[in-house]
Unconditional design. Sequence first.
Length: 131
Amino acid sequence: QARSERATDAFARARRYEDMGQGVEAAKLYLEAADASPTAEHLAYATEAIASIDKSQARDFAMAALDALTAEIANGANIKPRQIASMRLKISRGFWAAGLKESAKQQALMARDLRPDDIEVRTLLKAMKVK
């Protein structure tokens, strides 16, 4: 219970820091949230936050986020397709930063399946040179 509350608080504070453009502080809090409660959402945000800082950790977080997302979907978690697509984009960016290009493309394409007209998805795929 205490870990869950700590994760929820850290995640909310991270979102606020990110909105204020304070990425380093946000990254620390996303990592704290993922550590306290390794949900797909927390891990996906931590993946994206760490991607430009530590490629090795980005890979590890991306793999953990993908595993968590796959498990949550398989267990019937109530996750909206838009949220799934957003998490897949974050995971994709982590894989891309870590040099796992094919895994990154696969996640980006899966996001496109869920949000075909989304500019964020199209921009990422264009950067990856995927049609």
